[in-house]
Design a protein around this ligand. Structure first.
Ligand SMILES: C[S@@+](CC[C@H](N)C(=O)[O-])C[C@H]1O[C@@H](n2cnc3c(N)ncnc32)[C@H](O)[C@@H]1O
Length: 324
């Protein structure tokens, strides 16, 4: 397969930042149809001009519910005495949703490129439904906010580059990251935009830094087949290079990357299996929302994404037993 000429690094990073809008616009559309509830996404992203296809909505439903299920199991296992670091969080709303459900960890961190963080902060500052929950969960001195970061007692957002874990660590520590606390790291459609060396470096940094931790990675899989190649080519047309595609060849390659970088256990399920393991009552409900013409296309999509999760568990909290 020809990979074409690589875009220069600024153009490439700009295209990667653009994927943040794609994800949140699709999520907002699926929420507006009723796939799941998220009262906060409307404050970050405009409604899509056109309808999204039902298979896209179901794919996002599986992604959001799948990650949420593992995340909540982690919160229960640690009794919320933990921290969450959402890597490449984009315009994610999990902090606000967890607060409503009384499930906040000790601290929730988000990291993304400074330009994305600046946009997210603009929305937080100008929209009370977003700023109020942060203020309500804050105690002590006045909270710190500048153009590219915000630090409060329970929520921090930091502008940085995940390809530079040392700088990231410094920033996280400045904002109170506690390496002794059980830590959940989430990368939702993020690692694929980094080279295999860069994502390995980030995964290794995490195992070197935390002794009790879990990593949830959602991204592409089975990218070596024809459907996978078409996905890569479609993104390349928009100057967006899937630099990490070589780590997305199979569930095995996903798990091996985790184990090679110091994680003690790793598991990976494609989204077809995740979808069939979600609570079937709710799956039945969403399947009645819209008529699905392209069942085969949905199956193909679900087969080309996966959730890979990995643990290390010095405190013996039973993290390795976490599954769907
Ligand atoms: C596809 S979006 C996903 C956003 C969010 N995780 C979600 O699923 O809604 C990928 C995100 O990763 C961020 N990202 C990719 N590479 C990054 C890097 N090297 N440093 C910081 N953020 C990065 C992008 O800016 C973008 O917000």
């Amino acid at each position: 397969m020809s990979r074409g000429a690589a875009p220069d690094s600024d153009t490439a990073d700009e295209a990667v930042r653009g994927t943040c809008d794609d994800a949140s616009i699709c999520k907002r559309f699926a929420v507006s149809v009723g796939y799941w509830k998220d009262p906060y996404i409307q404050y970050f992203v405009r409604q899509a001009k056109e309808r999204k296809a039902p298979e896209i909505n179901r794919g996002y439903y599986a992604r959001v519910q799948g990650i949420s299920q593992l995340l909540k199991t982690f919160l229960r296992r640690t009794q919320c005495n933990c921290q969450i670091i959402n890597l490449g969080a984009g315009l994610d709303t999990t902090f606000w949703v967890l607060k409503d459900e009384n499930l906040l960890p000790v601290k929730y961190f988000e990291v993304d490129f400074p330009a994305i963080v600046a946009r997210k902060l603009y929305n937080i500052k100008s929209k009370p439904p977003l700023s109020k929950p942060i203020m309500e969960s804050h105690s002590g001195e006045s909270l710190l906010i500048d153009a590219h970061s915000l630090d409060s007692s329970r929520y921090s957002i930091i502008g940085g580059d995940l390809r530079n874990p040392k700088d990231l660590e410094e920033k996280l520590k400045k904002f109170g990251m506690d390496t002794e606390l059980p830590t959940l790291l989430i990368a939702e459609c993020v690692l694929v935009y980094m080279t295999p060396e860069q994502s390995s470096c980030l995964l290794k940094w995490a195992t070197d830094t935390f002794s009790t931790a879990m990593f949830i990675n959602y991204e592409q899989v089975n990218m070596g087949d024809r459907f996978g190649q078409i996905m890569v080519e479609n993104l390349q047309r928009r100057q967006c290079n899937l630099a990490g595609v070589d780590s997305c060849q199979s569930l095995k390659s996903q798990m091996e990357r985790m184990l090679r970088n110091g994680w003690e256990t790793a598991d990976a399920w494609n989204m077809m299996i995740v979808y069939s393991n979600l609570p079937q009552g709710d799956v039945g409900r969403i399947e009645r929302l819209e008529f699905l013409d392209e069942k085969e296309l949905l199956d193909q999509l679900l087969l080309h994404y996966c959730i890979c999760w990995a643990t290390k568990d010095a405190l013996r909290l039973g993290l390795k037993e976490i599954t769907f």
